[in-house]
Ligand binder design. Structure first.
Ligand code: PLP
Length: 383
């Protein structure tokens, strides 16, 4: 059988990874400033994480959600404490899209409404309801429910109020920081306004923290740069540091009933062991604070390199927007300087490194970036 060929791949096969580094099958070492789509939070192959997963698999790797699983309670308790949401409830699933699906279903159950409000350039996943609130022409689905979704200009409170006035929207869904759409940060007043408006018109506010959460922005959740407390928060990516797990944090007034939500694999023993180990390390190694410090350091130094590109970001979620396509620059960084980076659209390099990135590793990137930028920008600017 052949693989269904949907991914454009670099010809690199990682065989080993440690901290912020990855080695390929030929022994070449790469600095990882992408973390496999913002997934690697505590660093690759952290010893505490490795021993938690291997210890758990030798006991119980999986049993279904028809029996007690104390690891789920331990995870919920630790996540509640570290995130400042210990009065919320946790529903566990397997991915970011699934977390958003469940959040949307919940909002619809609670309000009895079907319509959704989302924002231009939003990305919330690739399942059909998640696709329906994703504003990206490359990602369409025959099953999408676009007739129920209104896309509004980002940061536009007035348009949001107009859309909410008919009292048909189950929820407003917004990313803590737009990732795939190009590192767009909601204005604090906008988020605060959304909270007030959703309350006024009886809708739920869903904060998608799948990419911007788990410490990446220098707060546990990116929306915690403001005082807003959403009704529902979705998480995944950094939650399992590579082990697939997602979650929905649900405000205390939303009451569950048996069968309201469900999943076979969500919250299984291995996934919980991985997610607990991630929280232990985030806490013991002060990774949220590290993300803020190293992120600020990187952005300050990058700003000193050139004003040809614009910098947007919080913590270790950083976008560098160029007036030209970045594919040559990324290839130069990868093949010449052995550094993985991400991309957003054609013109933005997206940096989403592990949250344990050290100052020395940031410096290594900065010096390689300076060279790569000098090497490719002159010829690209001419085009
Ligand atoms: N929400 C956001 C903000 C994302 O960035 C992503 C993935 O990139 C998703 C949801 C979907 O997550 P997953 O790929 O785990 O389904």
């Amino acid at each position: 059988m052949k693989l269904f060929d949907v991914y454009p791949l670099f010809d690199i096969a990682p065989v080993k990874a440690k901290g912020c580094y990855v080695w390929d099958s030929e022994g070449t070492k790469y600095l990882d400033l992408y973390g496999g789509h913002a997934v690697i939070s505590i660093g690759h192959s952290h010893p505490h994480y490795v021993s938690a997963i291997s210890g758990q698999v030798s006991k119980v790797g999986f049993y279904s959600n028809s029996v007690q699983n104390p690891l789920q309670n331990e995870l919920a308790e630790k996540l509640g404490k570290i995130s400042g949401y210990d009065d919320y409830q946790l529903f566990l699933c397997n991915s970011g899209a699934e977390a958003n699906e469940n959040a949307i279903k919940l909002a619809s159950f609670v309000t009895g409404r079907k319509k959704l409000i989302a924002y231009k350039k939003a990305f919330h996943g690739r399942t059909s309801a998640a696709v329906a609130v994703t504003d990206n022409p490359k990602i369409v689905s025959p099953a999408n429910e676009t007739e129920n979704v209104i896309f509004l200009p980002f940061n536009d409170l007035e348009a949001t109020e107009t859309a909410l006035q008919s009292e048909q929207a189950a929820a407003v869904i917004i990313e803590g920081i737009q990732g795939v759409g190009g590192i767009n940060i909601p204005d604090p007043q906008f988020l605060e306004g959304l909270k007030a408006l959703t309350e006024k018109y009886g809708s739920m506010l869903i904060l998608d923290e799948v990419q911007s959460g788990y410490g990446r922005s220098g707060r546990f959740f990116a929306h915690q740069h403001t005082a807003v407390k959403p009704d529902i928060i979705t998480v995944a990516k950094g939650m399992g540091n590579g082990f697939p797990i997602g979650g929905v944090l649900i405000q205390p007034e939303i009451k569950p009933w048996p069968g309201m939500l469900g999943t076979t694999f969500g919250g299984n023993h291995l996934a919980c062991a991985a997610a607990i180990a991630v929280l232990d390390v985030i806490q013991s190694e002060n990774l949220v604070q590290n993300a803020e410090e190293i992120g600020n350091y990187l952005m300050e130094k990058l700003a000193g390199i050139s004003d040809v590109f614009q910098i947007r970001g919080e913590g270790l979620m950083i976008g560098l927007e160029f007036p030209f396509p970045v594919s040559e620059l990324r290839k130069n960084l990868l093949f010449k300087h052995k550094i993985f980076t991400g991309v957003s659209g054609q013109n933005m390099i997206r940096l989403l490194p592990p949250l344990c990135l050290s100052k020395g590793e940031a410096d290594a990137f900065l010096s390689a970036f300076k060279k790569a930028f000098a090497e490719v920008s002159a010829s690209l600017m001419e085009k």
